[in-house]
Design a binder for this molecule. Structure first.
Ligand code: UD1
Ligand code: CA
Length: 453
């Protein structure tokens, strides 16, 4: 089976410079979701019909195996599918999908594919309480589909029909090629309607099958930011339900956003308003506090991330305590039982087992050993204005508060840096290194007093 995805529509109602099918749902372009689903069907070729936004759409998706067909001008859905025909082979069947119907499921599509077999025309239809705007499925008294009529072309009686066309269908390519060549544009919108192939199939004696989606929301399309937001909430709620079914505790399933893939172990607990982006793995017994953003991360078993923390491209070992208000930036690797407290930022650094930086510190481009204590206000000065340099802090080091480590520099095993040290040369192991003026007290010194005028 081959797949054609219609994505040429302008999307005027989005009122956006970004083409409609590139508007993100759960952090991924709507069209990307549809392509993913098509791939899950193990389709042969996937051809995207594009128009508005042209090259931007192609570049954004950047998937080398997709085929592209340009539709310019846009003369209707039938005309759109026609643009893809050169890419399709006559001995195959084709499924038509829509770039702005992002939540259609592979399960539903597999049933449609089966209903089509190799010879039938299969339509995905759905009964709506309010069918306004949709094409209506017209059936004869025997219940067989005879044609589809668009809202704008329908009579009063036809508009009363509640079974509507979702637009999604499967057809044999050779037949489709013939039907599309026979479709005209003599209708209310002056468009070449894909839906007119149904009447032609009936004329040709081709059997028509209809299939209903597993859930109505799968077939919802997006034309406006409001609809996009509605689908986003629906989709997020579905993800939340799946997580809970897998045993994850969500303090409020309405207040979690997963924009990518979230994989959880046993007894994971996630507090409110957390955002997960990219691929995130949470080990057994991980707890994520309220208002955290976690992107591309692997979090070890039993680790706690306290509220308002921001974690990006990070690997954390087991039993760490991070936050509140901690920030780990790309390249952060924490061992086991590492503590990062409030206002601690770590970047491109490895911090080994049992080490702690509990209060306002910057650890950048550093290798920190085991059982190290990084005092409050400590900063690795990794950047000289032109280049970045590494700081090495060996095992069992104690760094006093408010120290600056001017990289490249090394602190030897077991060394202690006195508070306020500005370290510009390596500190030898096991010794105390101090770099500050000696403390001095002046006896008999008097405070200045205000002159009386
Ligand atoms: C279409 C169907 C209607 C169905 C409805 C479901 C036709 C004639 N009508 O109506 O029966 O109930 O979808 O939502 O097919 N597109 C192109 N090129 C074009 C025109 C459209 O690529 O020249 C794409 C759009 O980007 C969109 C899709 O096709 O993704 C549907 O187009 P739209 O104009 O929204 O169709 P409807 O009038 O809603
Ligand atoms: Ca239309």
């Amino acid at each position: 089976m081959e797949v054609v995805i219609l994505a040429a529509g302008k999307g005027t109602r989005m009122r956006s410079a970004l083409p409609k099918v590139l508007q993100p749902l759960a952090g991924r372009a709507m069209l990307g979701h549809v392509v993913d689903t098509a791939r899950a069907l193990e389709a042969g070729r996937i051809c995207v019909v594009y128009g508005h936004g042209g090259e931007v759409v192609r570049e954004h998706l950047g998937m080398a195996d997709l085929l592209w067909a340009r539709q310019e001008p846009q003369l209707g859905t039938g005309h759109a599918v026609q643009q893809a025909l050169p890419h399709l082979s006559d001995d195959d069947v084709v499924m038509v999908l829509y770039g702005d119907v992002p939540l259609i499921s592979a399960t539903t599509l597999e049933r449609l594919q089966q209903a089509a077999g190799g010879t039938r025309l299969a339509l995905l239809t759905v009964a709506l309480d309010d069918p306004t705007g949709y094409g209506r499925i017209l059936r004869n008294p025997a219940g067989e589909v005879v044609r589809i009529v668009e809202q704008k072309d329908a009579s009063e009686a036809e508009r009363a029909v509640r079974e509507v066309n979702t637009g999604i269908l499967v057809a044999p390519v050779a037949r489709l090629r013939d039907w599309l060549s026979r479709v005209g544009n003599d209708n209310a919108q002056g468009e070449y309607y894909l839906t007119d192939i149904v009447g032609l199939a009936v004329e040709d004696g081709v059997e028509i099958a209809t299939v209903q989606p597993s859930a109505v929301w799968e077939t919802l399309g997006v034309n406006s930011k409001r609809q996009l937001a509605e689908l986003e909430r629906l989709h997020q709620r579905n993800i939340a339900d799946r997580l809970m079914d897998d045993g994850v505790t969500l303090i409020d399933p309405a207040r979690i956003d997963v924009r990518g893939q979230l994989v959880c172990g046993r007894d994971v607990e996630i507090d409110i308003n957390c955002v997960f982006e990219g691929r995130v793995e949470l080990g057994d017994n991980v707890r994520i506090g309220a208002h955290c953003v976690v992107r591309n991360a692997v979090i070890g078993a039993g680790t706690r991330i306290a509220p308002f923390s921001h974690v990006e491209d990070t690997i954390m070992g087991a039993a760490c305590m991070v936050g509140p208000y901690a920030r780990t930036r790309p390249g952060t690797v924490l061992g086991e039982d590492v503590h990062l407290g409030n206002f601690v930022e770590v970047k491109n650094s490895r911090i080994d087992n049992h080490s702690k930086a509990n209060h306002l510190a910057y650890v950048g481009d550093a290798d920190v050993g085991q059982r190290v204590n990084v005092g409050a206000g400590t900063i690795t000065c990794n950047y000289d204005g032109a280049n970045k340099h590494r700081t090495v802090i060996e095992d069992d080091v104690f760094i006093g508060s408010d120290s600056q480590l001017v990289a490249p520099v090394r602190v030897g095993k077991g060394a202690t840096l006195a508070a306020g040290t500005t370290l510009t040369k390596d500190a030898p192991p096991q010794q105390l290194t101090v770099s500050r003026a000696k403390q001095l007290s002046i006896a008999g010194w008097k405070r200045p007093v205000k002159k009386s005028s």
